[in-house]
Design a protein around this ligand. Structure first.
Ligand code: SAM
Length: 332
């Protein structure tokens, strides 16, 4: 699909009163909301691995997830890894009893693989899965059977949760869809609800999502547009903040997080185009480093600590790409 066509469809849907429902219906029709257990569990595995790399464990701990989406794979994966409670919030009503059940059902064939990947006890994982109540008649009861509580509409800037009440705040493929100022507020709220030593663990995709549907453009394509032009193409249901990795790092640091892990993936095509001068850049991107501009994935772990974050200004480390890191066909 040409990216302009997709942008136009999303722009119109964003303006209609029933646009969100129509969007969901179109996604169902195109099959883009079908659960992809292996892909989404792989993403959840990355979150668990980041927590472990930062020296902590999921087991017995409380997690706050920003941006549930269509399927509760992240809460399910965290529950199977032994999490005590997963609070998950979203600003859009994508999750339903049927989408949740089909996702959890589809994960059954991946349980062994999942346990092996994270070196979890297979019997314990299977036992946890068997305790999920597929007979539940409503979404809340179904989610509660794997220790998950869903809040829609959920406000991650003012969660209503007590201070110091979560061990981890996590998100997967969400932060790029949040405006910078809201992201600042979410980071401050995350810091408030995290226990001292708690972690904010995020993985997200700072690249142009239209490149997933239109091979003529790269993940750096949107860097050419002025804010006004991008408002036309990348707002509403297609919202993308276009922040670069260095800007996320700065934002987390300014919110008060101590950075433990920062990894990025660079899109070689974009890097080459930028270095060759063939990727036009809007003035607000002109002063940033090519590697920063060309990054199409980021993984971060920030800790709530009492230590002042050193302002190193160093570039984040790079990470080997995995085939699972591509974004959805339609993202919100
Ligand atoms: C691309 S989806 C990812 C969903 C899910 N985390 C996954 O990996 O499948 C982005 C999700 O973030 C949600 N979202 C966007 N802004 C948000 C905000 N400010 N607070 C909570 N959720 C938000 C969207 O509604 C959408 O469900």
């Amino acid at each position: 699909m040409k990216w302009q066509l997709k942008a136009g469809i999303l722009r119109h849907l964003s303006r209609w009163p029933g646009g969100k429902n129509a969007y969901l219906a179109i996604q169902r029709l195109l099959g883009t909301t079908r659960p992809q257990s292996r892909r989404d569990l792989t993403r959840a595995i990355e979150l668990v691995e980041l927590i472990r790399e930062a020296g902590q464990q999921v087991e017995g701990h409380r997690v706050f997830e920003i941006g549930t989406g269509w399927h509760p794979f992240t809460p399910l994966a965290l529950y199977l890894a032994g999490a005590d409670h997963i609070e998950t919030v979203d600003v859009n009503p994508w999750l339903s009893l049927s989408s949740a059940k089909s996702a959890v059902d589809s994960a059954e064939r991946d349980l062994e693989w999942y346990s092996e990947k994270l070196q979890l006890n297979q019997t314990a994982v299977r036992d946890r899965y068997e305790r999920i109540d597929f007979e539940a008649k409503n979404l809340d009861d179904f989610l509660a059977s794997f220790r998950c509580h869903y809040v829609y509409p959920g406000d991650a800037t003012a969660s209503g949760q007590p201070a110091d009440s979560f061990d981890f705040v996590v998100s997967s493929n969400v932060l790029e869809h949040i405006p910078e100022e809201i992201l600042r507020q979410i980071s401050r709220e995350s810091l408030r609800i995290l226990k001292p030593g708690g972690l904010a663990v995020h993985r997200f995709n700072p690249g142009d999502h239209y490149a997933n549907d239109d091979s003529r453009i790269s993940t750096g394509h949107f860097l050419r547009f002025s804010p006004d032009q991008w408002e036309h193409y990348g707002s509403g249901l297609a919202y993308h903040n276009r922040l670069r990795c260095s800007q996320y790092s700065k934002l987390f640091r300014e919110a008060g997080f101590l950075s433990l892990i920062e990894e990025t993936r660079v899109d070689p095509r974009v890097l080459e185009e930028i270095k060759a001068g063939s990727q036009p850049l809007a003035p607000e991107f002109a002063d940033l480093l090519p590697e920063d501009l060309a990054a199409d994935y980021m993984w971060t772990v920030g800790m709530k600590g009492h230590v002042e974050m050193p302002a190193t200004g160093a570039s984040p480390a790079t990470r080997t790409p995995t085939t699972q890191d591509v974004s959805e066909t339609f993202t919100s």
